[in-house]
Structure formats: C-alpha cells, structure tokens
Design a protein around this ligand. Structure first.
Ligand code: SF4
Ligand code: SF4
Length: 163
C-alpha cells in the first residue's frame, strides 16, 4: 500500500487531463442511473481496499469540523465546545474550522481513529464516491484521486463503465 500511496500523485497527474475531460462530459450528460453505478463502484472498491492499511486522508489532509461535529466531539471529551476549539482547531482561509496540525491528532500509529464513533461528518463521507449526483463534486474528486487510492481506482473504473 505504501508504494501505491507514494506513486499516486504522479499517476493522478498523468491521468489529470483525461479525468478532466471525462468529468466535463459527465456533468453535461450524466447517466440516469449514475447514483446506482457509483454505489456499486464504491462498494466494490471498498471490499478490496482496507483503509486501515492506508489512512492517507487522515495523514495528509484534515476534515472540516461543522458546529454539530464540534458539539458531538467536545461532548465525547467532556469539554466545552470552545475548549475543544482552542485545543485542536483553527479557522482556515474559507472561514471553516480545521485541525491545527496534520496528520490528524486523533489518528493512532496503528491507523485507527481514536474518535471513530464521533468522528466528523467529512471523515465519515470521504472520499464521497457514494454520494448522490457525484458529477457535482468533480473538482474535489480531481484532487482526491491524487491522495486517495480508492478514489483513484473508482474513477478509473467509472471511465471503463461509463462511455
Ligand atoms: S478513504 Fe482513501 S485515503 Fe482515506 S484511508 Fe481510505 S483509501 Fe486511504
Ligand atoms: S478524525 Fe479520525 S477519521 Fe477523521 S481525519 Fe482524524 S483520524 Fe482520520
């Protein structure tokens, strides 16, 4: 897995133009059953990919924390939301709460998330490949394929399946 992660930025760069064209076409004319296709591709990929062998998303980017996330996680730590914010978060250039440091402070050396049950919504949904109307997040996906091996494979399989 480490070799795959190491080579991913280069592989994604090589595919970037092809992917960009594919998503431009997809946006114009998404297949009627796109949600169904994505669910299938997503489920197949995550049967093969073990996130515990990877954790590259937790190591290289952090999630956004919504107010609900902050409420839930601070409660878990028996902290006031503001205490949690002061200890772990900062406001980024888009005015969102993000982690002060990456790799994520809640990631263990065994790649387990120490707040898994209460983790942010963005972590639960990453890499968003099973969301509805997937064509709407093509710019984000174009970036994610350089960091997430599962997202990379899913996009490669999409291109084979949707002509
Ligand atoms: S979601 Fe992607 S980047 Fe994150 S651990 Fe799983 S395969 Fe790796
Ligand atoms: S909160 Fe958990 S799942 Fe989210 S980035 Fe941190 S370690 Fe990963």
């Amino acid at each position: 897995m480490q070799d795959i992660i190491k080579n991913l930025p280069k592989l994604a760069k090589d595919k970037h133009n092809e992917n960009k064209k594919f998503f431009a076409r997809l946006k114009k004319k998404p297949p009627k059953n796109l949600d169904y296709i994505m669910q299938e591709l997503h489920d197949d990929e995550f049967e093969r990919t073990d996130c515990l062998e990877c954790a590259n998303c937790c190591k290289t980017t952090g999630p956004l924390f919504t107010d609900k996330d902050i409420e839930r996680i601070s409660k878990h730590f028996k902290q006031k939301p503001q205490q949690f914010i002061n200890q772990y978060l900062r406001v980024d250039e888009d005015n969102d709460y993000v982690l002060q440091t990456v790799p994520c402070t809640f990631l263990g050396t065994d790649n387990y998330c120490s707040i898994y049950e209460v983790r942010p919504k963005a972590c639960r949904e990453f890499p968003h490949t099973d969301r509805k109307k997937f064509q709407q997040i093509s710019n984000l996906t174009l970036k994610n394929v350089a960091m997430c091996p599962a997202a990379f494979n899913i996009v490669e399989n999409m291109k084979k399946r949707i002509k």
